[in-house]
Design a protein around this ligand. Structure first.
Ligand SMILES: Nc1ncnc2c1ncn2[C@@H]1O[C@H](COP(=O)(O)OP(=O)(O)OP(=O)(O)O)[C@@H](O)[C@H]1O
Length: 293
């Protein structure tokens, strides 16, 4: 059996909100079972659009114009809604950017963590409670009984994100989409959460698409990386190869701009304007991306 889990091929999309402006341009990327791939780019590069397409939650104002998105060989873009909802949350799960808004403020953590176990896995309340306790221990929450009884506002941001990670892994998904999961957290907590996601991913053998604007994060936890600009793949390959031997001037300039993660106060070298001019020229002419390996 092939170990290919996800194969996005020639994906293009436009924004109906912005007069048909292209937001993804012929994007291809693939992911093996258990692989962690960083999806990197600055604001507006198209990272969230790809993540939303994967989760089946593209807004109506975004229209896919071509391409396929095969998950275990089946195209998510043309799948019947019923089949899609069986996969979402179960085989493909999300760790959101901001756990505060992702959690329902009016429900205890236990209810939110056990919904999926009861509704999708048919567990009774007692088994679901036991599994929720086990999941909270796995994400290193020390007093899981207390946390299960708590409401989201009673927990710190880092604790809420640990709960979201437990929830994402609760149904043993094959793919987790982590959408800038440390943005809302302070730097020390960010490091712990990154380590935790990598640890959970390894323990469960789960593949992860890690959306970030930070190459420093990619260096820490991703096996491979796809760098986007203006909805186009600029460079992609194994992380070690791309970081050791960046071929595109934009990748080089981003690396020179420094790992922002764990050096938030470091003086950054901004990406020079001529690099953006070259990128825009390449997008206009449809230049090919650089693929390593
Ligand atoms: N709901 C929407 N409807 C139409 N177009 C959208 C919508 N959301 C985003 N876009 C457009 O899609 C393009 C890519 O945005 P996207 O959010 O995917 O980028 P991103 O790389 O995730 O940026 P960020 O890091 O800021 O989230 C932008 O030009 C944006 O204006």
């Amino acid at each position: 059996m092939s170990d290919l889990l996800l194969d996005i091929s020639g994906l293009s999309a436009i924004s109906l909100r912005e007069g048909g402006n292209p937001i993804l341009r012929d994007v291809s990327l693939s992911l093996k079972k258990g692989e962690v791939r960083g999806l990197v780019g600055e604001s507006g590069a198209g990272k969230s659009t790809i993540a939303k397409a994967l989760l089946g939650i593209l807004p109506r104002t975004v229209k896919v114009t071509s391409g396929t998105m095969r998950f275990e060989g089946r195209d998510l873009l043309t799948m019947a809604p019923r089949d899609l909802s069986a996969i979402m949350g179960s085989d493909i799960a999300l760790i959101p950017q901001d756990p505060q808004t992702a959690l329902n403020p009016g429900r205890r953590i236990e209810a939110q963590l056990t919904d999926g176990l009861r509704l999708r896995r048919g567990m009774n309340a007692r088994d679901a409670h036991a599994r929720a306790l086990q999941l909270l221990s796995e994400v290193h929450i020390r007093d899981p009984e207390r946390v299960l009884k708590a409401y989201p506002h009673e927990l710190s941001g880092g604790m809420r994100q640990r709960v979201m990670i437990a929830a994402a892994f609760s149904l043993e998904p094959k793919l987790v989409v982590a959408d800038e999961p440390t943005t809302a957290l302070d730097v020390t907590v960010q490091k712990q959460i990154l380590r935790l996601i990598r640890g959970m991913q390894e323990a469960h053998g789960t593949a992860v698409i890690f959306v970030t604007h930070d190459l420093g994060v990619v260096a820490k936890i991703c096996d491979s990386v796809t760098l986007l600009y203006g909805g186009k793949v600029i460079e992609a390959g194994p992380t070690a190869d791309v970081l050791a031997d960046p071929r595109h001037v934009y990748t080089k300039a981003l690396i020179a701009a420094g790992p922002r993660y764990d050096r938030p106060d470091a003086g950054l070298e901004p990406v020079p304007q001529w690099v953006f001019d070259q990128l825009h020229q390449e997008i206009r002419t449809g230049a090919k991306e650089i693929l390593h390996g």
